[in-house]
Design a protein around this ligand. Structure first.
Ligand SMILES: Nc1ncnc2c1ncn2[C@@H]1O[C@H](COP(=O)(O)OP(=O)(O)O)[C@@H](O)[C@H]1O
Ligand SMILES: [Mg+2]
Length: 387
């Protein structure tokens, strides 16, 4: 979709901002450009919409060398989101969002309808926020307007330069999450510049780690964290790359433990007896279809008499995640609910529980699997424990 071929940018003062880079971004792919300040990320991005011309080399968008495309026409096919810049303070949120469709000649009503749709998509109620002026919005809301506006003319390509830079960490994480949800729906080809390796890994399908004017590694999040290509990259992704894998490793059925189980309609007294004999102190409560109902402590099953069924005495289970969720989510769930384990569900069907020990095991297997270039299932836990 976007192909960079041996492109170089030397500024007139002799600074080589980008030095002989080649890489490709596929259609619908989100690539993050990460590195320290001054390493050439913005320069790379601005060459895609011809705000900067390369000194040598080519950039192809959809197979077409952009050197031959009229810059104004080119930019209408490319959404551009930059921090705080480019929005008009004296226009309403709705009009700001409708800027590009209006520019390319859409009828006013159609442009505004589209703008309302986009505001909704980025999580701003168009009725409530559409009529406001920009200075009546928080920083995070303004950034959402920036994203909505860039998407308004439905461009296939989106360039984003530190789009979530100017907000506090909590809002930042919200915006990232919403952006990922949106991207899953609209599947734009995205280049996103950030200085934050966490953000790069969280958002990117692939990540280009920049050194001075060069790409040190261009890889998936897992490969980048598991096998940094150079000492520079290793330093950049940090010593805590194990914990960082929490954010990229999905829970698999193999990671789970099978806890004691009680049936919803089982008589409480009989269940208590059976579970005590098994040495259990608590049990997961399932209905006849194997769906999760909740959990129950053994003492609760025969405390204050043994009448009734397990279901009468069960608690709701709040600490659960879907299979395929990230280890980080499961870990967060454990902390949030102060739970010693989280249930893992496939739809509503109960698959097993993830315990702290199992989570740790999954994490270590994941780091090793990546370092060895094999799948997680191929790493025996012994080899990990010994290492
Ligand atoms: N107009 C310019 N003239 C001269 N040097 C520039 C200009 N714009 C950027 N640079 C230099 O090019 C290098 C790369 O800049 P930039 O692409 O903005 O980096 P990044 O976005 O990664 O922080 C830096 O050393 C910067 O100072
Ligand atoms: Mg920059």
């Amino acid at each position: 979709m976007i192909r960079f071929e041996q492109f170089t940018k030397r500024y007139p003062d002799g600074t080589t901002a980008v030095d002989d880079l080649s890489f490709e971004v596929s259609e619908g792919e989100l690539v993050t450009l990460v590195g320290p300040s001054g390493c050439g990320r913005t320069t790379t991005m601005m060459m895609v919409n011809r705000l900067i011309e390369p000194t040598s080399g080519q950039i192809l968008v959809n197979g077409e060398d952009i050197a031959g495309v009229d810059p104004v026409r080119l930019r209408r096919r490319i959404g551009y989101v930059i921090q705080q810049v480019g929005l008009f303070p004296h226009r309403t949120v709705l009009d700001n969002t409708a800027t590009v469709p209006a520019l390319v000649g859409w009828k006013r009503a159609k442009a505004r309808a589209r703008a309302a749709e986009l505001l909704d998509l980025v999580g701003l109620d168009p009725k409530r926020y559409g009529p406001r002026y920009l200075d009546q919005l928080s920083g995070g809301q303004r950034q959402r307007v920036g994203v909505a506006r860039a998407l308004a003319a439905d461009p296939p390509v989106l360039l984003m330069d530190e789009p979530f830079g100017a907000v506090d960490p909590v809002v930042r994480e919200q915006l990232q999450e919403e952006f990922l949800r949106m991207q899953a729906a609209v599947r734009k080809t995205v280049l996103l510049v950030t200085h934050d390796i966490e953000e790069a890994v969280r958002l990117g399908d692939r990540i280009a780690v920049y050194g001075q004017g060069r790409i040190e590694q261009f890889d998936t999040p897992g490969a980048l964290l598991g096998t940094p290509a150079t000492p520079y990259v290793a330093g950049f992704v940090g010593a805590d790359r194990g914990p960082k894998r929490l954010s990229v490793t999905e829970i698999e059925a193999d990671d789970l433990e099978q806890p004691p189980v009680a049936r919803l309609d089982e008589p409480a007294g009989r269940a208590a007896e059976r579970l005590r004999a098994e040495g259990a102190r608590w049990a997961v409560v399932l209905d006849t279809r194997g769906d999760l109902h909740g959990w129950v402590g053994i003492d609760e099953l025969d405390g204050s008499g043994t009448g009734g069924s397990v279901g009468d005495r069960a608690h709701r289970m709040n600490a659960w995640v879907p299979v395929g969720a990230l280890l980080k989510q499961a870990f967060g769930m454990m902390l949030q609910h102060d739970a010693g384990w989280v249930a893992v569900l496939d739809g509503s069907r109960f698959l097993g529980v993830l315990t702290p020990a199992k989570l740790h095991e999954a994490l270590r297997r994941s780091v090793y699997a990546d370092a060895l270039g094999v799948s997680r299932g191929e790493v025996a836990f012994d080899s990990v424990a010994d290492a």
